[in-house]
Design a protein around this ligand. Structure first.
Ligand SMILES: O=P(O)(O)OC[C@H]1O[C@@H](O)[C@H](O)[C@@H](O)[C@@H]1O
Length: 296
């Protein structure tokens, strides 16, 4: 396990853990990503915080598959291929995937051998004075098409424990997106025009874009600073907004006490009915830029 640190001459910095190629820190004048104090960094569990990579499934995989929640990308060791002061490139080949492939699904060792599925994942991280750019590229290097979902599961730090303070912490840019609410089990509503998304207690929603937009621009407003989050990809970009709320956070062994007040996950990605069927030889990408704007 290695942690690679990027440093920009302006003073900004970024840290990437080779387990899951998980970005665990992006700081300018302050830290912008949340990492739980109880996060496990020894490779025995997905890292609780930063930007875990979700691939090839979002959420629990459908029965009878036994692939773990959010897939195998976040629970395997990635190779650092190249790095400079401000950039780092990682790869993960299917042949090197040791954890989380599950059984009875297209990614199990058995099925992969039978069907000739192969994939090469590349992840590039680039640090600027006030931004962090992360790009996941998926290449179908095998003989069979496969379906894929992919998300950049970004945990953003919220200063002053203000996650649930709806007047000071909110998300804009998701107007007219249709909502699938996994807490209330409701769907079919759209985010009203001009109304920001707020975090009230446990929040777990998928925002799907109208007209299949392949880019998204959202802003996370918090006390002290705002973040501009821009994403684009090979198919419509949805956005998951997640916070476990008090009770669920308490039940998570790798979440410290009160952590639910210190972050919100905004996760741009390609998922559910917008998932991609990637043909042999084809490539798909998902890119996120996080730009920090300090409130005056
Ligand atoms: O605990 P995990 O596997 O990291 O997942 C955290 C959360 O990730 C979110 O993306 C999901 O929408 C939630 O349903 C899930 O609880």
């Amino acid at each position: 396990m290695t942690i690679t640190t990027l440093r920009h001459s302006s003073g900004s910095s970024c840290k990437i853990h080779s387990f899951g190629a998980t970005v665990i820190s992006f700081a300018t004048d302050r830290e912008h990503l949340f990492l739980s104090n109880d996060a496990i960094l020894d490779g025995s569990k997905a890292i609780r915080g930063g930007i875990p990579l979700v691939f090839p499934v979002f959420g629990p995989s459908t029965a009878p598959s036994t692939m773990p929640q959010h897939g195998f990308a976040r629970v395997n060791h990635w190779d650092l291929i190249e790095s400079t002061e401000t950039t780092a490139s990682y790869t993960l080949r299917l042949a090197d995937v040791t954890a989380g492939r599950g059984e009875h699904n297209p990614w199990s060792i058995e099925e992969v051998a039978k069907n000739g599925i192969d994939v090469l994942l590349k992840y590039e991280v680039s640090l600027g004075a006030d931004y962090l750019l992360t790009t996941l590229t998926v290449q179908n290097t095998g003989k069979t098409a496969f379906d894929m979902e992919a998300l950049l599961h970004s945990y953003f730090a919220v200063p002053e424990k203000a996650t649930h303070d709806n007047s000071r912490t909110f998300i804009t840019g998701l107007d007219r997106y249709s909502i699938v609410d996994k807490v209330t089990q409701e769907s079919g509503h759209a985010q009203p025009e001009g109304e920001p998304v707020v975090i009230s207690g446990e929040t777990d929603r998928v925002y799907d874009p109208f007209e299949g937009k392949t880019s998204a621009q959202v802003q996370l407003v918090t006390p002290q600073r705002n973040l501009d989050i821009t994403a684009e990809g090979s198919n419509a970009i949805s956005c998951v907004v997640w916070n476990p709320g008090k009770e669920k956070a308490k039940a998570m062994p790798d979440m410290h006490d009160g952590a639910h007040e210190e972050f919100v996950c905004v996760e741009p990605g390609i998922l559910t009915d917008r998932m991609i069927r990637l043909e042999p030889g084809d490539e798909a990408f998902l890119k996120q830029t996080i730009k920090a704007i300090v409130n005056k």
